[in-house]
Design a protein around this ligand. Structure first.
Ligand code: ADP
Ligand code: ZN
Ligand code: ZN
Length: 785
């Protein structure tokens, strides 16, 4: 349960971790001031998991709890309580609650201290929580989010008016001459919604050519009703529940193999090519868990958590689906939390990595889709956990059936299956029977030489696009750079305009004509027309971002409709699903985007995928870059030709003969993994060793260098020289005026991690208390990705 505890002169919410009778030594325990809950809101298995996370990922339990609990559940004394403008259930309030409610009506917001004064009670938390639970009060933070969340206003006609014809015609006659705008509004409404349906106010305004004030006049006269709906929430499912999909023969075989392993409590890797119907197999497994009254957790990468996936699952599970989205606001998250805790029926919980923190009461199945995805790993803040590995831990400690699915499983997971720790089930064909797409490499060097490039488009890509359009197919173009151009550069000397605070060139955004840093937010309002280094005026945007591709497409194919999906076009809460919907309805012919278009999308009519440039991913300095490049290229290729005819993929690159590109073309994932495993064994990388990365940051370059050297020296003395690598500079040495150095620690798999982790923490503690290094920011990342 949550309790309120004093800390200095603040009051904070804490969670009771354990109950014991040992007297604390060395300090005097203070009393708990109040118990917030009347039943536990965190389960035993969740506290066990959080304890494990704190020790495995080398962070405090507080960090873990703070990440787990939705902010709506963390009342602090600074929290202001307000009246909920939407109102709630006023029945059965006691004296204190009624008193507080009255006070909230009179004043705009009270903090906990003020609530204490009003109630004449030292511990008002219970009363506050009662009002919040009944929907009568709300925290200020929630309120802010509530209004940030996008609302849509709907108009409908009052039922009685619609049903009484005389009333309606009398009203119409009355306004026809006197108030033509009101007349238009009502007529337009009747045209749009003859049965009294809800109409978007914007639609009505446009249709009738009136202002919203005109519509509100009808509301005053009790002819129209207006309701506001939060469009982020999933409406209750009203469609029909479909029978589970019938599995094809290979799917059935895979399904029984999975079942056999799960019954034996062995996790399963489902390695199925893109479009093989992994989702359909999950659906069968989930249905079984739900039928047994259990909860099934379906983890997906954040980016794949689209309306498309939810709609697909809703058809089978209807209202048994609980969606957990990181874009949910505090109250929505709290709602999901309590639902998962209290729901005693079977349910499917779909969410990104943070969904592992939900207080499952009866978890019977965990699925990690696209298990190789690096977005399962949290980078900042602590806990820097990997949800896939957390799921593995849950599975091994609580014997919960676990399925890891991927078309391109991670080297680590394949290794575990080679070792026999997890079972492996393969699906090698697409469900539709259609062959995997045909992949071509466009040789950019050759095309540049032959002058056959048009902007960022090779002749090969252009020709394939023309062919696709002719066949009524759609095209996805992938470029992992948003903005117009990754740099603003001098044609004479090559000097690029750099961020003032980071070691990277500024990205040019044509919209607003500005230069922006994607790392720290620094921007320059207008790009310089003259090079600061040599004075030349031939400064231009250099390189290809998604905006530029969109613009070039307009010139190359003026008749086609192009949509763009990247961070800049999807900032608002539902923009993402709107773009996908338009693409799905063929309102768009081409979808240009960053990694957002590369994953999980299932569109029937995509006949061609173009990768605008594959080179950056092949040269990124990281031991995983080949694996990542293969995964990325295969995933994005997998969007092509999913239903009836074999799709095509064009990968543009300066190194068409690169072995990774060749493996992608032949679809040889196993060979890639074998190669990578050999390299990693030779050079000492995971899965053969465990890595811990320690990074240090400071605004003073000298200080961070000296600090890192000293720390490296100490760790080398502890663990021997070959286990400590660095300090090294990461690809981005300076970000936001902080200099950044890294140490990498390597430990053999057969050494118990508890031992060295304790030692490292001790050393770091000593290091951080040294006044010279006190101000250095030190971060520990276990199993960095
Ligand atoms: P994956 O997740 O392995 O990439 P999907 O589950 O998205 O593959 O399946 C690809 C396509 O094939 C989807 O459109 C899906 O609806 C369809 N499909 C797969 N299996 C079946 C099945 N058993 N019955 C009907 N449709 C299926
Ligand atoms: Zn220059
Ligand atoms: Zn910057």
């Amino acid at each position: 349960m949550r309790v309120v505890v004093p800390l200095g002169n603040r009051k904070l919410t804490g969670v009771v971790w354990s109950i014991h009778t040992e007297k604390p030594e060395g300090y005097i325990a203070k009393s708990i001031e109040a118990v917030v809950d009347d039943r536990p809101v965190v389960t035993k298995s969740l506290t066990a998991m959080m304890s494990w996370m704190s020790s495995y990922y080398m962070c405090s339990i507080g960090d873990v709890v703070s990440a787990a609990l939705p902010s709506g559940m963390k009342l602090a004394s600074k929290t202001r309580i307000l009246l909920n403008p939407d109102g709630g259930d006023e029945s059965g309030l006691g004296d204190s609650a009624t008193l507080l409610l009255d006070a909230l009506h009179l004043r705009d917001g009270l903090n906990l201290k003020e609530v204490s004064d009003v109630l004449g009670s030292k511990y008002p938390q219970r009363v506050v929580r009662l009002l919040i639970d009944k929907g009568l009060a709300i925290t200020e933070e929630e309120l802010k989010e509530k209004y940030k969340a996008k609302k849509q206003v709907f108009v409908s006609i009052v039922k009685e008016v619609l049903e009484e014809e005389e009333v309606l015609s009398a009203e119409l006659v009355r306004v026809e001459k006197k108030a033509p705008a009101q007349y238009r509004a009502l007529i337009a409404y009747l045209e749009l919604a003859p049965l009294g349906e809800e109409v978007l106010i914007k639609t009505l305004q446009k249709h009738a050519d009136v202002t919203s004030a005109v519509i509100k006049k009808w509301v005053q006269k009790d002819v129209f009703n207006i309701v506001e709906r939060d469009i982020s929430r999933l409406a209750a499912y009203t469609g029909e529940i479909q029978a589970l999909p019938t599995l094809s023969a290979p799917q059935s075989t895979a399904y029984s193999e999975i079942r056999t392993s799960l019954v034996q409590r062995k996790p399963v890797l489902l390695n199925g090519v893109t479009g093989s119907g992994k989702t359909e197999i999950y659906v069968h497994l989930i249905a079984e868990a739900i039928k047994a009254g259990q909860q099934a957790l379906f983890l997906v990468p954040e980016i794949a958590l689209t309306t498309q996936l939810i709609t697909r699952l809703q058809k089978f599970f209807g209202d048994s689906i609980i969606v957990y989205h990181s874009r949910f606001n505090a109250s929505e998250r709290t709602e999901v939390w309590l639902k998962v805790l209290d729901e005693k029926k079977g349910a499917l919980i779909v969410g990104p990595r943070s969904a592992t923190f939900l207080p499952f009461s009866n978890l019977g199945l965990v699925i990690v889709d696209e298990e190789h995805e690096s977005s399962y790993k949290q980078q900042d803040p602590a806990p820097r956990y990997n949800a896939r590995d957390v799921a593995m831990w849950m599975s091994s400690t609580s014997k919960i059936p676990l399925v890891l699915g991927s078309a391109t499983p991670s080297v680590e997971t394949v290794y575990l299956s080679d070792e026999g720790k997890i079972a492996r089930v393969n699906l090698t064909e697409r469900y539709s029977g259609v062959m995997l797409p045909e992949i071509f490499a466009a040789d950019l060097q050759k095309e540049h030489k032959q002058r056959s490039m048009r902007g960022g488009f090779s002749k090969l890509l252009r020709e394939e696009m023309v062919a696709a359009f002719k066949n009524g197919k759609q095209v996805i173009l992938f470029q992992n750079r948003r903005g117009y151009s990754p740099s603003w550069q001098c044609g004479a000397c090559g000097d690029a305009v750099m961020c003032e605070r980071c070691d990277i060139p500024l990205t040019y955004h044509k919209k607003g004509n500005g230069l922006h840093c994607h790392h720290c937010g620094y921007s320059v309002a207008t790009p310089p027309v003259k090079c600061v280094a040599c004075g030349s005026t031939s400064v231009t945007p250099k390189g290809l971002g998604t905006q530029r591709i969109e613009e070039e497409l307009g010139e190359l194919f003026p008749e086609i409709k192009v949509g763009r999906m990247d961070l800049d076009t999807t900032r608002s809460k539902n923009a993402h699903s709107k773009i996908l919907e338009a693409f799905s309805n063929h309102e768009l012919d081409v979808l240009v985007g960053t990694q957002m278009v590369s994953k999980g999308l299932d569109f029937q009519d995509v006949g061609l995928v173009g990768v605008m440039s594959a080179d950056k991913m092949l040269t990124f300095p990281d031991f995983r870059s080949f694996e990542r490049a293969y995964q990325m290229l295969t995933q994005v290729a997998g969007r092509s030709g999913r239903s009836t005819t074999r799709g095509k993929v064009v990968i543009q690159t300066f190194s068409p003969d690169h072995w990774v590109i060749k493996r992608v073309i032949s679809g040889d994932h196993d060979k890639l993994v074998t190669h990578e495993l050999r390299e990693r064994e030779t050079f000492g990388y995971p899965p053969y060793v465990r890595l811990i990365r320690i990074s240090l940051r400071h605004s003073d370059e000298e200080r961070v260098k000296r600090g890192a050297d000293i720390l490296a020296l100490r760790l080398r003395q502890r663990f021997s020289a070959e286990r400590v690598i660095g300090p090294d500079t990461p690809p981005l040495y300076r970000v936001n005026d902080l200099y950044h150095l890294q140490l990498l620690l390597k430990f053999e798999r057969n050494i118990s991690p508890e031992k060295y982790k304790a030692t490292i923490l001790e050393d770091l503690e000593d290091f951080s208390t040294d006044p010279r290094w006190k101000r250095l920011r030190v971060k520990v990342d276990v199993d960095p990705v």
